[in-house]
Design a protein around this ligand. Structure first.
Ligand code: DOR
Ligand code: ZN
Length: 361
């Protein structure tokens, strides 16, 4: 990692540039079809690899599903891109340990995603009884394949702001105890208490943290009126949790890494009577993360969070090549067109302090 402070000829202003090993996004929703083509360039511009979420309709449950989805992503990425999709399998009540092992052995997928049934977008085929998944998780433990968990309770009687905490106590902690050798990624952690649980089990547990949960708290969703484009699951929590997330990522702690959870939905699905959950953060993710590190005086810790911790946890090689980010004001478009609709970009048309620079392969 190199940090350069340069004086532009004729300009009295110092410009800082940070060059890091190329980063990865360990949690991406790319969707399919026209949406895939529209959003993939943003992820591919920022990241060398991405863990591709399997919550398509229908979900990616078989080795064949994952192989053909991977092929569609490769076709959509364009000839000049080297973006590598890392595929995942969607766990259901009917997942077979043998199919899981076959996809992993054939290097079609690198992990499996556990959605509690009904927890979020396209999670209705998810798992209804997590302890009953033990044979699948035991096989994953044996072969070293990580499980990626959407950690929210699904009982509609539980307050939505408490669903992550309820899941951690009722499901995650017992699961971590039942499977002490299983690699577990707690996806999009949103509470201070979740971070503590992850740290405590760091020997086999890690967490991704999104850019939007570092920027917004639950009040942001209601600031001046209802803001559907800030609604996602898990929903943003109180300010104290946002501050704990910022502290966790900028601490340099190796059990936390990037997972943008970029989750595009067209404007019509967001500005609707029943708004879909998801923030499209893919176009401003690195600019947002680096701003958080800069504000914390922790730029020296950014590379580990962006480019090392995740790969090490998954047991994958670090990327070669570099990406440079410049402390230079930037602004991205407000939205991206998808056929005759559009997807609103998180922090689109807002002043960003950092901009993306050169990629060296
Ligand atoms: O807000 C969310 N959107 N959370 C999820 O877990 C799923 C995602 C999506 O696929 O839209
Ligand atoms: Zn997600």
């Amino acid at each position: 990692m190199t940090l350069d402070s340069m004086f532009d000829a004729g300009s009295p202003k110092a410009e800082t540039a940070l060059t890091i090993r190329r980063p990865d996004d360990w949690h991406v929703h790319l969707r399919d079809g026209a949406m895939l083509k529209a959003v993939l360039p943003f992820t591919a511009r920022q990241f060398a690899r991405g863990i591709i979420m399997p919550n398509l309709v229908p979900p990616v449950v078989s080795v064949a599903d994952a192989a053909s989805y991977r092929q569609r992503i490769l076709e959509a990425r364009g000839a000049d891109s080297d973006f590598q999709p890392l595929m995942t399998c969607y766990l259901t009540d009917h997942t077979s340990p043998n199919e899981i092992e076959r996809g992993f052995a054939e290097k079609v997928w690198v992990a499996a995603k556990l959605y509690p049934a009904g927890a979020t977008t396209n999670a209705h085929f998810g798992v209804t009884d997590i302890p009953a998944l033990a044979p699948v998780l035991a096989r994953m433990e044996k072969i070293g394949m990580p499980v990626l968990i959407h950690g929210e309770a699904t009982d509609p009687a539980i307050d939505i702001f408490d669903r992550e905490a309820a899941f951690m106590e009722a499901e995650l902690i017992p699961l971590l105890k039942r499977h002490e050798g299983l690699k577990v990624v707690v996806e999009h952690a949103t509470t201070a208490e979740t971070l503590d649980i992850v740290r405590e089990h760091r020997r086999h547990c890690a967490a991704t943290i999104t850019p939007h949960h570092l920027i917004i708290n639950r009040t942001s969703i209601f600031q001046g009126g209802l803001r559907p484009h800030l609604y996602c699951l898990p929903v943003a929590k109180r300010e104290r949790h946002r501050l704990a997330l910022r502290k966790a990522v900028t601490s340099g702690d190796s059990c936390f890494f990037i997972g943008t959870d970029t989750a595009p939905h067209v404007r019509g699905k967001k500005e609707a009577e029943c708004c879909s959950a998801g923030v499209f953060g893919g176009a401003t993710a690195l600019q947002t993360y680096i701003e958080v590190f800069d504000e914390a005086g922790a730029l020296d810790r950014f590379e580990a969070f962006a480019s090392e911790n995740g790969a090490r946890f998954y047991g994958l090689p670090l990327n070669s090549g570099t990406l440079t980010l410049h402390k230079r004001p930037d602004r991205v478009a407000v939205s991206v067109p998808v056929e005759d609709e559009e997807v609103v970009i998180f922090r689109g048309n807002e002043p960003l302090a950092w901009s993306l620079g050169e990629i060296r392969r």
